[in-house]
Design a protein around this ligand. Structure first.
Ligand code: MIC
Ligand code: SF4
Length: 702
């Protein structure tokens, strides 16, 4: 037997060691314990994948799909990898900008297996802007080889799952809830519009090679306990930042008890963990779902190896779960119905990409059948797709909901993104959605609780937050053997030989991408704003009916930047000329909207210095040419006040030299603050060029 020795990384007594190749040092990290997740101190990557290669260990499903798509880098956790993207999706609120960027790249036809442009966010059309954007996106799609899902056809994630998703493929979408596709075994990730544009042009997509968290499901959900309660439980345990740098992989006996729409609810809301994505295996249940969609031929089995090694593990016994709710104003502020106690409600909204499937609607209709919505409650329901709505009509469900007093909305995002149905002042609203950030509903003091459709529907009858288990026995809800398939609202692109005949229709609100410039030699700028922890993209760039129509007009939308936190920010930042924003941890969580980077760019923000970033937002800042900096010592956050003058001397030279620890001088107080600027070869070049668009243009011209 080998003698045990101390591992340089985890200080544990181990018997087997290996060199960490990424460290370029003789740092020995242990690999004896197959579950070792110790960090190599030399390079700060995880030792497990290196061991896997050497010790012939099994792979997780995530690793299998990523490996099959790997085009750059090595599967070393924590390091940057480039992967090939099979499919892309866009929605209209991020799409106009993404297609302007795609046009600017000068690639004539998309080079993916399938790219789809959806119209689902800005469908209120209380002015010409939304309709103009729809026409612009439709014409770009037709010209450049993209399928176009017309307004009314449904929410991008729901429709993509039904009509386009393919197990084992990679998908990126300019929307943070793209991981919905993980419900059928795809690696589906949210990304900034520019990254999606590059992928449409055949470019590589770069991510940090993720850790993989195993969530082992056992047992079976009790009657009236829902898939939503599973993801709320994961959020309760892991928090809104617990998933950063990780993929959440579901496995175990409990998986087969969950239908595809239920799995998709779980992977969809995995976005709220800050995770890179979430994934379920593709099994017989997936096969049945795809066959029922008339797409059985795209099915393939996708699963982890039996001896796969995970970086972290979580166990959830489905039978032990109870109905839960995420309380204001964060999706991880999760409590049981009993813990919340008696809560009178004003509004219930059922829908969004999390809970708008036919299965959800079948359950809601069963609860509401023959009843009337409580007189003190307004109930709004938005089915997820035209297919769902059509089938609800065919099955008599729609009639049941209308008879009960539900207000039926268009198949679109609607209230989820503040497009109508804002609650009354201080109103309490139960929503089956995925986000309850402050102000997102359109009512600043609205109190939003995120719940399952079962809990929402039952509470709409009682007028109080109520436990749906009081309903007693639950019938078995079985999905139809065949969904009614009618793709008449999906417009096919023009054939390649006719693309030149397609005219691009541009409305007057569509303004070009803001100007960028290569990184300066030295940055001297004031701190225009100091904010705390968990700042969301809804704080940075609010949405809602008034602001969303400005998504294709950066000068106009930037006037709303950060106004949730500080009304005066846009004016102040513009007057300062150039500035730096300082923030806490998990800065930029939530949406993939690149407007949360483009508006600060337009207002002259040169760098954002925080305790930690959310993944997509950090990538968006780099793409916009804004320096993403983190404090080496979090306590230094206290050494900067709003208005202080900050300097990053010779920043260009330092970044060119590949230095990652830099010094920021607070010229107002004299404090010298070490900051991290972790840029790899590619991201370094993007920052030096002034953003991804300039970098890509340079590359293409060469
Ligand atoms: C959201 O749910 O916040 C959105 C609106 O879908 C965003 C995209 C956007 O801001 O346009 C997202 O999740 O990425
Ligand atoms: Fe639309 Fe809401 Fe889903 Fe975002 S979270 S895609 S706004 S339904």
């Amino acid at each position: 037997m080998k003698k045990a020795a101390t591992c340089s990384a985890c200080s544990g007594d181990r018997t087997s060691f290996s060199m960490c190749p990424a460290a370029e040092k003789n740092m020995h990290v242990c690999g004896a314990a197959s579950k070792c997740t110790c960090k190599c101190m030399a390079c700060r990557v995880f030792a497990v994948p290196i061991m896997k290669g050497m010790m012939d260990m099994g792979l997780t499903l995530t690793e299998k799909i990523l490996k099959a798509h790997l085009v750059e880098g090595e599967m070393v956790k924590g390091s940057e990898i480039g992967i090939r993207i099979d499919q892309t999706l866009t929605q209209d609120a991020t799409g106009t900008m993404a297609y302007l960027e795609f046009e600017a790249m000068g690639v004539p036809r998309v080079r993916t297996e399938r790219s789809v442009a959806y119209i689902d966010h800005n469908t209120l059309q209380n002015g010409f802007e939304n309709a103009d954007d729809h026409r612009f996106i439709g014409s770009v799609a037709k010209k450049h080889g993209i399928y176009f899902s017309r307004p009314g056809n449904g929410i991008c994630h729901q429709v993509h799952l039904e009509r386009f998703g393919v197990p084992g493929k990679t998908l990126i979408g300019s929307d943070s809830h793209t991981p919905t596709g993980g419900g059928i075994g795809m690696i589906a990730m949210g990304a900034g519009g520019l990254d999606v544009a590059v992928a449409m042009g055949g470019g590589t997509y770069y991510i940090t090679c993720p850790k993989v968290v195993k969530v082992e499901l056992t047992g079976k959900l009790s009657p009236w306990v829902a898939a939503k309660d599973v993801i709320l439980e994961v959020l309760r345990r892991m928090s809104v930042k617990g998933g950063v740098g990780k993929v959440i992989e579901y496995c175990g006996e409990g998986v087969k008890t969950l239908s595809v729409p239920e799995r998709a609810t779980i992977t969809n809301m995995g976005a709220e963990l800050g995770a890179t994505t979430s994934i379920f295996p593709s099994d017989e249940v997936t096969k049945q779902f795809l066959e029922a969609q008339g797409r059985g031929e795209v099915w393939s089995e996708q699963k982890a190896d039996a001896d796969a090694v995970y970086d972290e593990e979580l166990h959830i016994n489905l039978s032990e779960l109870v109905p839960l709710a995420a309380c204001p104003h964060s999706p991880d502020n999760v409590k049981t119905v009993a813990e919340i106690g008696k809560l009178k409600i004003d509004q219930v909204c059922i829908g969004s990409c999390t809970n708008s499937s036919l299965l959800d609607m079948m359950k809601v209709a069963h609860i509401l059948k023959g009843k009337t919505v409580n007189p003190d409650v307004s109930l709004a329901i938005a089915p997820g797709s035209k297919q769902v709505l059509n089938m609800m009509a065919d099955m008599g469900i729609l009639g049941t909901l209308i008879a009960a007093g539900a207000r039926i909305l268009e198949s679109a995002c609607g209230p989820c993104i503040g497009m109508g149905q804002s609650p009354n002042s201080g109103g309490i609203s139960l929503r089956t959605f995925n986000r309850n950030f402050l102000g997102r509903s359109g009512t600043k003091d609205g109190q939003i609780y995120l719940v399952s459709p079962e809990l929402a529907a039952y509470s709409a009858l009682t007028g109080y937050l109520s436990d749906p288990r009081e309903l007693g026995e639950m019938p078995e809800f079985v999905l139809p053997e065949k969904f009614s398939v009618n793709d008449n609202m999906i417009v096919l692109p023009a054939p390649e030989e006719e693309m030149d005949k397609v005219e691009i229709l541009r409305g007057p609100n569509i303004k070009p991408f803001p100007e960028t410039a290569p990184l300066e030699a030295t940055i001297e700028a004031g701190c225009s704003l100091k904010v705390g922890d968990n700042i969301t993209t809804d704080h940075i760039m609010p949405a809602g009916a008034k602001i969303l129509p400005l998504r294709s007009n950066i000068p106009a939308i930037s006037q709303h930047c950060f106004t949730v936190c500080d009304e005066a920010f846009p004016k102040r930042a513009k007057e300062m000329g150039q500035s730096i924003i300082v923030g806490g941890s998990n800065y930029g969580q939530g949406s993939s909207r690149e407007h949360a980077a483009l508006a600060p760019l337009y207002l002259g923000v040169k760098a954002v210095l925080v305790k930690s970033f959310a993944r997509i937002h950090r990538a968006n800042l780099i793409n916009a040419g804004i320096l993403p900096l983190t404090f080496v010592n979090e306590a230094d956050y206290e050494k900067i006040a709003q208005g202080d003058v900050l300097e990053l001397a010779d920043i260009r030279k330092h970044i060119e030299a590949g230095e990652t620890t830099l010094t920021l001088v607070n010229k107002t107080t004299g404090a010298e603050i070490p900051v991290l600027c972790e840029l790899t070869g590619r991201t370094k070049d993007i920052i030096l060029a002034g953003g991804l668009l300039d970098y890509t243009r340079d590359k293409l011209s060469k």
